[in-house]
Design a protein around this ligand. Structure first.
Ligand code: HSE
Length: 310
């Protein structure tokens, strides 16, 4: 068998950050994936091929984020001289710029694949630190690396701590994906620089309730636990119909609803029941349509594994 030691394929899940009240610190991984086949080359030559969602918009030069992440590993492990070029083949299923962690998946894929080829000098925690440096916050990159739900903290030296867990109750993830992209930069620009203490308390109480209810499998405590006062109210204007879609999903049986990351995807948490899941999906798409937004619905599970070598 001909084994190419400089080549690896990795698969990275899409993610939904914030989960309502956990702005910039909570996240979850979902069963939708991007694949990256990375071949490192000694010669200075770069070939980037992409298939799937948003493939035509992906830079195919040095600006490519997957390659930048891979370069970071090569530089920090002392392999940047040896490997000056690469062939990247990407197959993307995660919708781009929709709030499902496509950029986090790209970063984690580049870091993870390059780390694997050069003999794994860095563990997951170090990869998380590098990914957070590039992305700016850990809430998408952490679940992309670890899977499940993740709670992350960053200290003032940039050290990241992530606690990942699987909830004690099973929930389906119904994601309504609008047909327009939303830049995270814009979705952060609409946020205030300071917040009221009562809004901070609102979120601390919901986020704490959310984690406790998920870990103990107490569905009845989820009813208010996905609510948020720190970012969603300000972002409502960026996603036409957001409140109506939330309302429709809850009416159809969702136990909680949230803006997925910085949006525009909206995520509903459903009991495991085909009828309810489908109903939520249909009602969310309909509610978007009433607001003149075309949307598709994805019915996903929690990914329990995070990034892995295929
Ligand atoms: N926590 C981030 C935000 C996620 O809501 O802006 C987007 O990357």
């Amino acid at each position: 068998m001909d084994v190419d030691l400089n080549k690896v394929t990795v698969r990275v899940p899409g993610t939904s950050a914030n989960c309502g009240p956990g702005f910039d610190c909570l996240g979850l991984a979902a069963t939708i994936y991007n694949d990256l086949e990375l071949t490192l080359l000694e010669e200075k030559s770069l070939t980037i091929e992409a298939k799937g969602d948003g493939a035509e918009t992906i830079p195919t030069d040095e600006k490519n984020i997957v390659w930048k992440a891979a370069r970071m590993i090569l530089e920090r492990s002392g392999y940047a001289e040896k490997f000056q070029g690469a062939i990247l083949k990407m197959t993307n299923h995660i919708p781009m710029s929709r709030g499902l962690g496509s950029s986090a998946a790209a970063i984690v894929a580049g870091l993870f694949a390059a780390n694997e080829i050069v003999g794994k000098p860095f563990n997951r925690k170090e990869i998380l630190k590098f990914a957070t440096e590039i992305e700016g916050h850990p809430d998408n990159v952490a679940p992309a690396i670890y899977g499940g739900f993740t709670i992350s903290t960053v200290d003032n030296r940039g050290q990241v701590q992530t606690f990942s867990f699987l909830p004690k109750l099973k929930l389906k993830l119904i994601v309504a994906v609008p047909d327009f992209p939303l830049s995270t930069r814009l979705a952060r620009q609409v946020l205030p620089k300071t917040v009221m203490l009562k809004d901070a308390i609102f979120n601390v109480s919901r986020a704490s309730m959310l984690i406790a209810a998920l870990m103990q499998g107490k569905e009845k405590f989820l009813a208010t636990a996905f609510d948020d006062a720190l970012h969603q109210p300000y972002r409502t204007k960026l996603v036409p119909g957001m409140q109506e879609v939330f309302h429709a999903a809850k009416k159809a049986g969702a136990v909680g609803v949230a803006l997925s990351g910085a949006g525009p995807c909206l995520i509903a948490f459903s009991p495991v029941d085909k009828h309810i899941e489908n109903n939520i999906a249909v009602e969310m798409v309909q509610a978007f349509k009433k607001n003149e937004v075309q949307a598709d619905a994805l019915i996903l599970d929690l990914d329990t594994r995070g990034a892995f070598v295929v």
